[in-house]
Design a protein. Structure first.
Length: 140
């Protein structure tokens, strides 16, 4: 929400979406928090707000599905050591993380390189895990 409070001297911080340095406090994603997370412009603020809404909606189902897949992965590796399907949960983990890149619980962790770049990196790594699992399923 747009901050309409009085202007104070603030230090430069990175925009939560694009990671550009900004001293603007017009667009704060978490007003009145201990560490406010700024956005440099209205466009970045809109992107972050949309990400936060998706994160609120999908984070718990993502973590639950991830937990089920991790347990299934342990189960398959423990009980089916010589079948090709043991890599199926790893494929699911990769696909799930690529579709829902909500891996950090705190938005401050996204600030270093920005939400946009972080989600791209998470999707690339998750895609690599899914590809690796798919290759192992085919080759095994």
């Amino acid at each position: 929400m747009k901050n309409t409070g009085k202007k104070e001297a603030v230090q430069l911080e990175k925009c939560l979406w694009c990671a550009k340095m900004t001293d603007s406090r017009d667009y704060i994603i978490n007003p009145e928090a201990r560490h406010e997370l700024p956005c440099c412009c209205e466009e970045c603020f809109g992107h972050v707000k949309a990400f936060v809404e998706r994160d609120k909606r999908f984070r718990m189902p993502f973590y639950l599905a991830l937990a089920v897949l991790v347990v299934a992965n342990l189960f398959f590796f423990g009980l089916m050591p010589d079948t090709r399907w043991r890599y199926l949960p790893m494929l699911g983990i990769g696909v799930l993380a690529a579709v829902f890149p909500y891996v950090f619980a705190s938005y401050e962790r996204y600030q270093a390189i920005g939400l946009r770049r972080t989600t791209v990196i998470v999707r690339v790594l998750a895609g690599a895990v899914a590809t690796f699992a798919a290759v192992l399923i085919v080759v095994s």
